[in-house]
Design a protein around this ligand. Structure first.
Ligand code: DP6
Length: 333
């Protein structure tokens, strides 16, 4: 039996909060190089495997919480949302974990500056920014590990959006999940580039939450995933430590494609790729065959994230003219 989120919060924060004053926070988006795929606890978003990501610098979510009169208000990118939308319900449910029995309405405003053309999910940066803002609003004085562990309860990948640069999320083993938090790696990597390649706008029908659950329950191939992820994580950390781009790129690409292989082997099968995704993958492989060090990674959607170094930026732009300046992120520069 899993513990409820409210129980875990009450254990860490035994006292009800005091009414809050305005709070602002920002958190970056992140791209996993070793993917989080599968939960051992669905209530708390505790992962089957540890994962490793790179944060996207100034691309992410900005969140403001202010006291409101009468009713809660939820705003997204300058628009006021109905309270029964999915987004509003998730945000208010999360706020409720920390507001508890306090009678104070809030207005919560989220602005995502991720280029909409990039087709990136914003739940990771959204929950991380919301957690940071709640920490300030209610003066919870949580430490970075607790902030990361609580953001994880909103969305698993949000645990990693709490930090910049390369970030490792420990899988942990405690039932309350408080040892399942992320931590930044000390290494930086000037010249490291991520290209956000949007290949199509098709709406995805199965989100990552449902996708990973289906894979875990129905794909025999999933059995090999935890062990591979563990090995890939070690290899990636070593590659980062040694600044070995080839090793990093090869490992990240193989990790992503292995994750997709487990989804394809689920039932009903899960294939997030569109014909345009495969065409773009072929372009990456052609460019690589011609000598450019470029690698790809993909999440639960049709778009690609390209990994390359700034010395190759011109070659990459020639091969992918659709990449605009804001679609190329250099997290360490
Ligand atoms: C494929 O963090 O969105 O992007 O914990 O259910 O909210 P929930 O899932 P989420 O899953 C992300 C899956 C992924 C891989 C990754 O980012 O590690």
């Amino acid at each position: 039996m899993s513990l409820s989120k409210a129980t875990v919060v009450a254990q860490v924060l035994p006292n009800s909060p005091q009414p809050g004053k305005q709070a602002d926070a920002f958190a970056p988006s992140n791209i996993a190089l070793c993917k989080y795929w599968g939960k051992r606890d669905r209530e708390l978003n505790l992962p089957v495997n540890a994962s490793l990501s790179i944060s996207l610098g100034s691309l992410g979510s900005q969140t403001r919480i202010t006291p409101a009169d009468g009713h809660d208000q939820v705003w997204l990118n300058g628009q006021r949302l109905e309270l029964d939308t999915n987004f509003s319900r998730k945000v208010l449910e999360f706020i409720g974990l920390f507001r508890r029995d306090l009678q104070q309405s809030v207005m919560v405003e989220t602005v995502n500056n991720i280029p909409t053309a990039a087709g990136l999910a914003s739940s990771a940066s959204g929950f991380a920014a919301l957690m940071l803002a709640l920490n300030e609003f209610y003066q919870l004085q949580l430490n970075p590990e607790q902030l990361s562990a609580f953001a994880r309860m909103g969305s698993g990948s949000a645990s990693r959006s709490m930090f910049d640069g390369f970030v490792e999320w420990h899988k942990g083993q405690q039932p309350d999940g408080m040892d399942s938090f992320a931590e930044p790696l000390p290494q930086s990597w000037p010249g490291f580039c991520i290209g956000l390649l949007k290949v199509c706008t098709a709406e995805k029908t199965v989100d990552s939450r449902a996708g990973m659950q289906r894979t875990l329950e129905t794909a025999p191939l999933y059995q090999s995933w935890p062990q591979q992820a563990e090995q890939d994580l070690k290899t990636l950390k070593q590659a980062i430590y040694q600044r070995n781009f080839t090793r990093l790129g090869e490992t990240a690409e193989q990790n992503a494609l292995s994750m997709h292989a487990t989804m394809i082997a689920a039932w009903p099968p899960l294939l997030y790729w569109q014909p345009e995704s495969v065409a773009a993958m072929q372009r990456v492989w052609q460019l690589r065959a011609a000598g450019t060090e470029i690698y790809l990674t993909m999440d639960a959607g049709p778009n690609l994230k390209l990994l390359f170094q700034s010395s190759d930026i011109e070659l990459v732009r020639q091969a992918f003219p659709e990449l605009q300046a804001p679609d190329i992120v250099t997290p360490f520069d």
